[in-house]
Design a protein around this ligand. Structure first.
Ligand code: FAD
Length: 392
């Protein structure tokens, strides 16, 4: 079988790329190892940056998010000394977030691609990639019937996330991997409850960080910092609401709307960046290119930014014979990836102070306090924050 671009993975990266290529009349085949039901129900991100909304709107892929997404332009910090709000929609470049659950976006993107007659194969895993150094790279897939098929094309887009096969197809030594374990873990929760405050709230507390992020009128995402290796099952609904109430200081700022906990899982805060994010005819997009901790909600937004650049570069080559944008793909993406990594790393240090009375822990907590104070009082710092918080 043959196509022009083989796309491995139907997450935000692969689906945006597939839709943009299809719109440009470039043949592509998407292979996704999970079922359609699974990818359309996988709740993860929710905060779409202004650039993401621009890309999706420009491509006619934003009907759902423009109709059902909610504008968010304020975040609040709750600390021992009280609460302060940053109305970031009026700071920096004046950009806001659109809150639209990732699974809803994935559902819209799947429907749009299939409506165009796109070739999207669910329950079809890429099991091998070869010929990356040639002009006919091929992906071997295993479909729902268990049969192996070989799909050859001119390019392969690795959009298969951090644990996908695309990364491992790059020969050792051809790509450098920068990585950091931030040493912090979050219990990521979805609660069947409306949001409890207007804004996104970040609770900085001696027991650890707690976060509140609106999703839909009936579902709210919460985060609780927890020890590495904690068993999510040990967090009963009661224990979760007690910890959230304490760390978000419900006694001072008002009670939280409680509801059943629909999902609880531990996410270890880690980040990595591959350099370059291309090898031969393979191009990495999204989490496959760079994993970013969810501390600043950047992952899905980076994926869309990279998918747009790669689609434009492939179109320039295949339609206009211009090879330069594709040759520059990695160099164009990496500075933006590092900017997002830098901001996410800064957010981690803003939100988490080390525990304990050791000299270093006490010093680092004082720095954290100074960072929060600067953000609360300096208009220039707030502008810088806003620009990076919503920008990509
Ligand atoms: P994925 O969404 O992981 O998609 C990769 C796809 O490839 C998957 O469907 C997988 O099944 C498939 N696949 C893997 N291997 C193979 C194979 N061998 N063959 C075929 N298919 C394969 N980001 C934000 O921007 N904002 C947020 O608010 C935010 N919140 C988050 C909260 C949590 C709890 C988590 C965990 C992440 C969050 N993120 C957020 C990050 C965001 O969800 C990811 O960055 C985003 O999903 C990356 O998209 P992707 O398409 O690169 O990868």
């Amino acid at each position: 079988e043959s196509t022009t671009v083989t796309i491995i993975g139907a997450g935000p990266a692969g689906l945006v790329l597939a839709n943009l290529l299809a719109a440009a009349g470039i043949a592509c085949t998407v292979v996704e190892r999970s079922s359609r039901v699974h990818v359309e129900q996988r709740a993860r991100a929710g905060f779409l940056a202004a650039n993401t909304v621009r890309v999706l709107t420009g491509a006619g892929l934003a009907d759902g998010l423009l109709k059902h997404g909610r504008r968010h332009d304020t975040c609040a910090f709750r600390t021992a000394s009280g609460e302060f709000e940053l109305a970031y929609g009026g700071l920096g470049r004046g950009e806001v977030h659109t809150v639209y659950p990732q699974q809803d976006l994935v559902r819209d993107l799947v429907a749009a691609f299939l409506d165009r007659g796109g070739d999207l194969r669910f329950e079809t895993a890429a099991v091998a990639v070869d010929g990356l150094g040639t002009d006919r790279p091929a992906v071997t897939t295993r479909g729902p019937d268990g049969a192996l098929r070989r799909l050859s094309g001119r390019f392969v887009a690795g959009c298969d996330g951090r644990h996908g096969i695309a990364r491992t197809a790059v020969p050792a030594g051809a790509v450098r991997r920068y990585r950091r374990d931030h040493g912090v873990s979050w219990l990521a929760l979805l609660a069947a409850a409306p949001q409890s405050m207007a804004a996104v709230a970040y609770g900085v507390h001696p027991d650890g960080f707690a976060g509140h992020m609106a999703r839909t009128p009936d579902v709210t995402r919460y985060y609780l910092q927890c020890p590495r290796g904690d068993d999510p099952a040990a967090w009963t609904d009661d224990r979760i609401w007690t910890a959230l109430g304490a760390r978000l200081r419900a006694d001072r700022h008002g009670p939280l709307h409680r509801g059943a906990i629909l999902e609880r899982r531990v996410v270890d805060m880690g980040s990595d960046v591959l350099d370059p994010i291309q090898y031969g005819r393979l191009f990495l997009v999204g989490d496959a290119a760079s994993l970013i901790s969810p501390s600043a909600a950047k992952g899905a937004n980076l994926a869309v930014m990279e998918a747009e650049l790669l689609a434009a570069a492939l179109t320039a080559l295949l339609d206009g014979g211009d090879e330069r944008p594709l040759a520059r793909y990695s160099a164009d993406c990496l500075p933006r990836i590092w900017r997002a990594q830098e901001f996410s790393h800064w957010m981690i240090n803003l939100l988490h102070g080390p525990a304990g009375d050791g000299e270093e822990a006490v010093f680092l907590r004082a720095l954290q306090q100074a960072r929060l104070e600067s953000l609360q009082t300096s208009r220039r710092h707030q502008d810088h924050f806003a620009e990076n918080y919503v920008g990509i």
